[in-house]
Write a protein that binds this ligand. Structure first.
Ligand code: UDX
Length: 459
């Protein structure tokens, strides 16, 4: 099928190159001509495993083209995917101006009876709104607008596209549904479930799915806090509940609060839309608040448990919102680092991919080329991103460079025994703090301990 993709960002580029790999003839257009020129030279605007290879192959066999002109891109296209940005507005709602502008731009240029497919994440009702707009602009009713939300994780987008858990097709018209089913026929043949439903439902599925996944993360983070209070181990609890097939094991890893471009933005938009519709989502409202509180709580914990004072230094390892990306949007580092700085703490930071972007958003940080350089004279060290590089840290070398002994492992990345063996005190998430290393034992027993000893000696 001849397909046009409008917007050559993370979603558009992945969609376009994967559709080309499935056998379609795809033309991608972007309002940013410079980006298209760079793409034509195989200079991708983002790193996504496997994507460059797909783009190269598509360009080589002609199934994928980048078109500067919108007319060129739309020429004889039977289906047009809209994959432009839908950024957040200050009140949590999303800004539809890019999608409205692109619908307006394509309207007069669309081939007769083309189907417009909304890939961008949009609030329910948007497809119907765009259908009205296109009909008005064309003065004709030949164009159908359908919804086909994406469920792509950064760092796994190509795999998520090619082997999805499901494909959701939202169409209020049989012909539009048929076109989408044809586009995805190669995946349906591989037994990928396809849900065909209305546009409103498909738009809702996207928000509801992300809200539900974010709820799982928020829930396990709350369980982690409970475990810390009562001496439980969140990893075992997560395993125990995740083995229930109705719950499942994914999104049950505690962390410093979810970040990224989707979960925070989509939960806020979902909450805002629901409020506007008169059906407020109390669970989601609480989740959004709890997620912000968690980041701040974990920041305070560093200050308190390491008894830091103004003038002390903290080493932060990991700035990206998760491993495998240079994306720092809504990352815990963006809350925790300024908190530390406000308390007069000097911050030394390292990240294997995200430092270039982080420099633009964080001031007065000492950027370090290696985790060991970051650890130099640090009074405490914090891990915020689950990079594999950090799993293999030479902890003795880290300990040797640090001035203090506290290591806050906010991804439960390191075996606590290994941290203790290196002479550091490991504070993880949702598990009892590792016992202090021998030389770190408090000189005077705590009042609580003295009470226990006294009680025993009375027996
Ligand atoms: C997410 C959705 O997974 C995807 O379907 C959607 O289309 C876009 O949003 P992404 O933002 O790339 O994808 O990241 P994801 O891997 O889902 O992680 C999101 C955040 O949650 C990260 O900050 C991550 O560290 C955190 N997380 C994830 C946890 O803290 N615990 C988990 O168990 C899983």
């Amino acid at each position: 099928m001849r397909i046009a993709v409008i917007g050559a960002g993370y979603v558009g580029l992945t969609t376009g190159s994967c559709l080309a790999a499935l056998g379609h003839r795809v033309r991608c257009h972007d309002i940013d001509g410079g980006r298209l020129a760079r793409l034509a030279r195989l200079d991708l605007p983002l790193y996504e495993p496997g994507l460059e290879d797909l783009v190269r192959r598509g360009m080589a066999d002609g199934s994928l083209q980048f078109c500067l002109g919108l007319e060129d891109a739309l020429e004889a296209a039977e289906a047009v995917f809209l994959a432009v940005g839908t950024p957040a507005l200050p009140d949590g709602e999303i800004d539809l101006s890019q999608i409205i502008a692109s619908a307006r731009a394509i309207a007069p240029r669309l081939a007769r009876n083309a189907i417009v497919i909304v890939k961008s994440t949009v609030v329910p009702g948007t497809c119907r709104q765009l259908a009205d707009l296109i009909a008005r602009e064309r003065g004709a009713l030949d164009i159908r607008v359908a919804s086909n939300p994406e469920f792509l994780r950064e760092g796994a987008a190509v795999g998520d596209f090619m082997e999805p858990d499901r494909i959701v097709i939202g169409a209020d018209d049989v012909q539009a549904a048929k076109v989408l089913e044809e586009i995805y026929a190669p995946l349906a043949r591989r037994k990928v479930p396809v849900l065909s439903t209305s546009c409103d439902n498909a738009e809702l599925v996207k928000y509801a799915a992300n809200a539900f996944l974010a709820l799982k993360i928020g829930f396990i983070n709350d369980i982690a806090e409970l475990c810390e209070r009562i001496g439980g181990d969140v990893a075992r609890v997560a395993e125990g509940i995740g083995l229930d097939r109705r719950i499942g094991p994914s999104c049950l890893t505690p962390g410093p609060g979810f970040g990224g471009s989707c979960f925070p933005k989509d939960t806020r938009a979902f909450a805002a839309v629901s409020r506007r519709a008169g059906a407020p989502q109390a669970l989601i409202e609480t989740l959004i608040r709890r997620n912000e509180e968690r980041k701040a709580h974990l920041g305070r914990r560093i200050l308190n448990e390491a008894a830091l004072a103004s003038g002390d230094t903290v080493a932060v390892l990991g700035l990206a919102f998760k491993a495998g990306t240079d994306d720092i949007r809504e990352a815990a580092a963006l809350t925790i680092i300024p908190m530390l700085q406000k308390a007069g703490i000097a911050v030394r930071a390292h990240d294997p991919m995200a430092m270039a972007l982080a420099r633009r958003h964080l001031a007065d940080v000492r950027w370090c080329a290696t985790p060991y350089e970051a650890a130099e004279k640090a009074d405490a060290l914090v891990i915020l991103t689950e990079w594999d590089d950090y799993r293999g840290l030479d902890l003795a070398r880290i300990a040797d460079r640090m001035a203090g002994r506290m290591l806050f492992d906010y991804r439960n990345l390191l075996p606590p025994e290994a941290v203790t063996a290196a002479g550091l005190r490991c504070i993880g998430l949702g598990r009892p703090a590792a016992p202090r290393a021998a030389e770190e034992a408090p000189s005077a027993p705590s009042a609580q301990w003295r009470g226990k000893v006294a009680a025993r000696s009375r027996l």
